[in-house]
Design a binder for this molecule. Structure first.
Ligand code: ZN
Ligand code: MN
Length: 296
């Protein structure tokens, strides 16, 4: 587990803070000097992960930074497995939509225009690539970010030109949850990832990664919201439950969080290694070492 440097998260919590280890963790870009970072870039096939989240209401029981905290924690766990580097998190995201994040009318939901998010992601990727980090993973933790991250990546790849070795993976971590995992986390039926806002998946993952930031006694027990099949603008706050929760998180447990976190870390790390050359090879079940496929 990566608890020693989880202090990089945006919540400001110092529960895991160990100053001596924090000062120079080889996996966290923001804690390296330029000399140390340059050395890591010179390693073979280094992979840089960019977690992306949001500052958004997550019901009365989870912190505003949930999407950024989860994408950061998962990126850190993945980086440990592939000897990657985690760049500082993009902690603001695209506007919360009523049907997936409750909407913009909640205090604390503080969002970027799509064009701003596109430019931020484009600039970061182009800067990382300019210095020689050319295997990047954009790890998204906020549903509404998806197409703006895609556009930022597209434009950065175009900026760098066709002959540049830059390759970018975009990962929505929840897409790695299999049918089997979803069945054990949601024995009564899975409501879908949009309605999963501040519900069982995010609450369980937070209970695993950041137990002190989860207020289990404040979880509202609400039926899944039934939204119309269209959107209206300006949004209708009355479509959204006052709690901001779109389906109940009552069934959340730290054990379900651990189950999902372990699965996500393992499968995302394997996908990254399969897609990119990596300095640590994947171990195959028979104990031999599989060489990840080269992608050019
Ligand atoms: Zn969320
Ligand atoms: Mn979100």
């Amino acid at each position: 587990m990566s608890s020693l440097y989880r202090l990089h998260c945006i919540d400001g919590s110092t529960e895991f803070l160990k100053e001596s280890e924090f000062s120079m963790h080889p996996l966290m870009m923001g804690s390296l000097s330029w000399v140390e970072y340059q050395q890591r870039l010179q390693e073979d096939h280094v992979i840089v992960l960019l977690p992306c989240g949001a500052l958004e209401q997550h019901g009365p029981h989870l912190p505003l930074g949930t999407d950024a905290l989860l994408s950061t924690a998962i990126a850190q766990d993945v980086a440990e497995q592939i000897n990657g580097i985690v760049a500082p998190t993009v902690s603001y995201g695209y506007k919360s939509q009523p049907k997936s994040g409750g909407g913009q009318h909640f205090p604390g939901t503080t969002s970027l225009d799509g064009s701003s998010l596109i430019q931020i992601v484009r600039d970061i990727i182009r800067e990382l690539a300019r210095q020689g980090a050319n295997q990047l993973v954009v790890l998204n933790g906020h549903y509404e970010n998806q197409w703006f991250l895609t556009e930022g990546i597209e434009l950065a790849v175009r900026d760098m030109g066709r002959d540049n070795p830059l390759r970018v993976m975009r990962v929505e971590y929840w897409d790695f949850l299999t049918e089997e995992i979803l069945t054990s986390v949601f024995p009564d039926g899975f409501p879908g990832f949009a309605l999963e806002h501040a519900a069982v998946m995010e609450t369980s993952l937070m209970a695993h990664y950041h137990p002190k930031l989860v207020k289990l006694d404040r979880i509202p027990d609400v039926p899944p919201v039934n939204f119309p099949a269209y959107d209206v603008f300006p949004l209708r706050p009355e479509w959204v439950p006052a709690s901001g929760v779109l389906s109940s998180a009552k069934a959340a447990t730290p054990e379900k969080g651990a189950l999902m976190a372990n699965h996500l870390t393992k499968t995302i790390a394997a996908a990254v290694q399969q897609e990119f050359q990596s300095s640590t090879a994947i171990s195959s079940p028979n104990g031999q070492t599989a060489i990840p496929e080269v992608v050019h």
